[in-house]
Each structure stands twice: as C-alpha cells, then as structure tokens.
Design a binder for this molecule. Structure first.
Ligand code: ADP
Ligand code: MG
Length: 259
C-alpha cells in the first residue's frame, strides 16, 4: 500500500532521515518507534507531503507522492494526525470535526458557487459523518463542549476523529498516547484497535514500548534518522541494536538525573 524507498532529508545540513525504507501492507497495524529526535515525525511529514525529501521515492496505492500537495494526498486516502494537535480550542468538539469534514466534502466549494441546495447537502453529509466519527472515538456526550475545556485524553481522541472523518485507507498516528494518564492511554489503545478492526491500515508512532508491542505485530525502529530494525515485534524488541538505541538513551538520561 505504501512503499517508501531510500528517503533522505536534511535540515540545513542536519540529517533527519538517511535512506529510510518503509513498507506498509494493506490491513497492517505497523509500529514505528525510536528515541526522541530519531526522525519519526519527519518521516510522517515526508509521507504526508509536508516536506519534500532530498532524495528517494514514495509510492502510495501505486502512485508517486513526490510533489503531490498534502490536501490531495488526504483525498487519496492517506491521512495523518499531528503530535502537536491542530485543534481549534475555541470551537466545540463537534465543530472541530465539522471543519475537517467540510474541507473534505467533494463539491462543497462548488456548492457555494452553485447555490444553497448543494451546500446544504454537503453540510448534511458532513454533519452525519462528523457525528459517526465522534461516536467511534467515544466523544458523543462531549460534542457540544468547548475544545479547550476537554480533558487532555479526550483532545487526543478528537484529533483522531478529525482524521477519521477524512475517510482514510491509511492512517498515520503520531504519538496519540503522549502525555496521557494510564486510563486515558488504555482508552486510546482500545480506540486504535477498534479503528484497525474497521479495516483501516495504520502506522503508529509511539514512544511507549508497551503500547506498541501490545498493538503491533510488526515494528520498525528509527535511530538518528536511520532505520535500524524492521520485523516481527518479538524479534525487534530483543534486538541488541534496538535495546541500545532505545533504552541506552533513556538509561543515560536516567543516570544523569540520578548519578
Ligand atoms: P521524532 O519525531 O523521532 O522525535 P523528529 O522527526 O521530530 O523526531 O526530528 C528529527 C530531527 O529533525 C531532529 O533533530 C529535529 O530537530 C530535526 N527537525 C525536524 N523538523 C525540523 C525542521 N522543520 N527544521 C529543522 N530541523 C528539524
Ligand atoms: Mg515526533
């Protein structure tokens, strides 16, 4: 479904991605892990068309993504969430999903030109899809709450609802459980499983190793912009290279804090 080959990207001489290969097969729930700054979000930014790679190729459903506008990539069914959520805090939960839904509504701009009837149809369709997505993420009861008044965990689920309303075939989730407490984390894990069971292919960037191993049968590992491992979760988490990259960094940070 997605075939990333030898993708490299530097920011002012600092290499964020170094010849990264990544394949995602239809129906998969792939985990992408790696220490902070290893290039996970940058990889998602390249896949979703926000950054153009210096070199390499990206093919989604048989079509090259290089030079394709992010909005077109979304229309083609490749949708991502952002690590720093992009919510309108002064709109309600429902309105936040509506904004995303209306952007995706085919013909809504044309409807504005042609008159009210078509616009109303677009609006009704967006309304019902927004309601359905809020139901999936479990936010129906909070639909009319202002987004800034939501608990943090509910904001993460709202960010996922905004992606779902765009009708993805491949969903990229960038640290959807970051900053959550254990019970919120459990909710997000169950939600990801539920979305996957609905037939949506998922690539999940997540720092929490337990979440990734609990959800994903395959894991790819980035370190300093390079992919250092990719395979069955059980093998990858026992790989000495991965333990060194992943826990080595955390251990040295812990040692610095508690010498
Ligand atoms: P991760 O998501 O794995 O924590 P990132 O992909 O955010 O890591 O970052 C990888 C590296 O690229 C980091 O060194 C980061 O500082 C750098 N980087 C990411 N985006 C930019 C940018 N827009 N400009 C400059 N450097 C960036
Ligand atoms: Mg990141």
């Amino acid at each position: 479904m997605l075939d990333v080959k030898a993708v490299s990207l530097s920011f002012r001489g600092v290499r964020a991605l170094a010849a990264v290969d990544l394949q995602v097969a239809k129906g998969e729930l792939l985990g992408v892990i790696g220490p902070n700054g290893s290039g996970k979000s940058t990889l998602f930014n390249v896949i979703s068309g926000i950054y153009r790679p210096d070199s390499g190729s990206l093919v989604f459903d048989g079509k090259s993504l290089i030079g394709v506008a992010p909005a077109q990539i979304v229309r083609d069914g490749l949708v991502r969430t952002f690590q720093n959520k992009r919510l309108f805090v002064n709109l309600t939960v429902h309105e936040n999903v509506m904004v995303a839904a209306l952007k995706a509504e085919p013909g809504s701009a044309l409807g504005d030109v042609l008159g009210l009837r078509r616009s109303r149809e677009a609006l009704e369709s967006a309304e019902s899809r927004a309601r359905e997505c809020l139901r999936i993420v479990g936010l129906t009861a909070l639909a009319d709450v202002l987004t800034k008044d939501l608990p943090y965990g509910a904001q993460n689920r709202l960010e996922i609802a905004r992606a779902l309303v765009l009708d993805p075939s491949l969903l990229l989730l960038d640290e959807p459980a970051a900053g959550l407490n254990p019970s919120e984390r459990t909710e997000v894990v169950q939600l990801i499983r539920k979305i996957h069971e609905r037939g949506i292919t998922i690539a999940l960037v997540e720092h929490d190793m337990r979440i990734v191993t609990g959800l994903c049968s395959r894991i790819a590992v980035l370190d300093h912009g390079e992919k250092i491992a990719d395979g069955p979760a059980k093998e990858v988490i026992d790989d000495p290279k991965v333990l060194e990259a992943y826990f080595g960094a955390e251990l040295s940070a812990a040692e610095e804090a508690n010498p």
